[in-house]
Design a protein around this ligand. Structure first.
Ligand SMILES: [Zn+2]
Length: 125
């Protein structure tokens, strides 16, 4: 009985040993590189997810009831990374709140920060 297998990288038919996964060294290398690229993308996502989660925790701890004014420096010292947020909410007045999931903040004058909770009406704009 003749067994036939396809190269996992290019899909060409292979003969010979049945435990081979790739038809050539080139295909093996290409598959390896594609896998590495994929993994580094996954790692980046994991890293950003953990930053977002930490940002949310810091905002929640700084404002357990929502609506608190604090200083930007206080949040930075706690470890909040202002570069990362999940979404924004722009008010009619033109202010932009940055959210980490359900906790958000508005940068005020004098390095102050207003922390708020996500509200259902914010969904609509
Ligand atoms: Zn191949």
């Amino acid at each position: 009985m003749k067994e036939e297998k396809l190269c996992e990288q290019c899909g060409s038919k292979m003969t010979g040993r049945l435990d081979k996964r790739f038809c050539s060294n080139q295909c093996r290398a290409n598959a390896h590189n594609a896998n590495r690229r994929q993994n580094s993308g996954e790692q980046l996502i994991l890293n950003i997810n953990s930053i977002l989660r930490r940002n949310r925790t810091i905002l929640r701890q700084a404002s357990p009831l929502g609506k608190t004014t604090t200083y930007r420096q206080v949040l930075e010292i706690a470890g909040l990374d202002f570069r990362y947020f999940t979404h924004t909410y722009r008010t009619k007045g033109g202010n932009t709140y940055h959210f980490c999931y359900d906790y958000g903040y508005l940068l005020l004058e004098d390095e102050k920060v207003l922390i708020v909770n996500w509200q259902p009406y914010m969904e609509k704009s």
